[in-house]
Design a protein around this ligand. Structure first.
Ligand code: PNS
Length: 163
């Protein structure tokens, strides 16, 4: 059975991520969505909150597991016995960073392969960063993220405004 990891920050998960998760889950036997627990990136949502949102939006996918990780992705892949990393490619601007990351991971763990899925065209512009910016200015993010995530974003932004 092919086991793969789809790693990321998911701060928060968007329809673009969900598209890659759904398509990957059809390709592999078991998909682990690896959520990076790295406060250095100063995420808006805690690792626990990001995991909860991902669990909510993937609950209909029986072969998808959500797991936190810190440290090196290759070590996490080894620990989970996964041989493949999946990453989404939106545009040419993603390519340089993704190429560097996959080649570095291949050096650190030669048995690990990275597979890229090009994101569906309707999500090619979408990023968690822009979603957070729209939400911070009170814009409607309903077309970019699932309803559960939209509500969490609204609450988070309201709490920030009260601070
Ligand atoms: O969603 P992101 O922020 O683009 O995901 C980046 C991620 C989590 C895949 C990447 O930062 C990562 O794998 N971090 C773990 C540390 C690591 O293994 N670094 C060496 C490979 S470049």
């Amino acid at each position: 059975m092919l086991k793969a990891i789809y790693p990321g920050s998911f701060d928060p998960v968007t329809y673009g991520h969900l598209d890659v998760i759904r398509r990957s889950a059809k390709l592999v036997g078991h998909l682990i969505v690896g959520v990076l627990n790295n406060n250095a990136k100063m995420p808006l949502f805690s690792a626990k909150e990001r995991v909860k949102m991902l669990k909510d939006v993937t609950k209909d996918l029986p072969n998808v597991e959500i797991a936190l990780f810190d440290g090196l992705l290759v070590d996490f892949a080894k620990e989970m016995e996964a041989g493949v990393i999946i990453r989404g490619l939106r545009a040419i601007t993603d390519f340089e960073y993704e190429l560097q990351m996959s080649q570095t991971n291949h050096k650190l763990g030669p048995e690990l392969e990275t597979i890229f899925l090009t994101t569906s065209i309707e999500y090619s512009y979408l990023s968690s960063t822009t979603v957070k910016e729209i939400a911070a200015f009170g814009g409607d993010v309903g077309q970019f993220v699932p309803e559960e995530v939209r509500k969490e974003l609204e609450q988070k932004m309201n709490a920030r405004r009260r601070m």
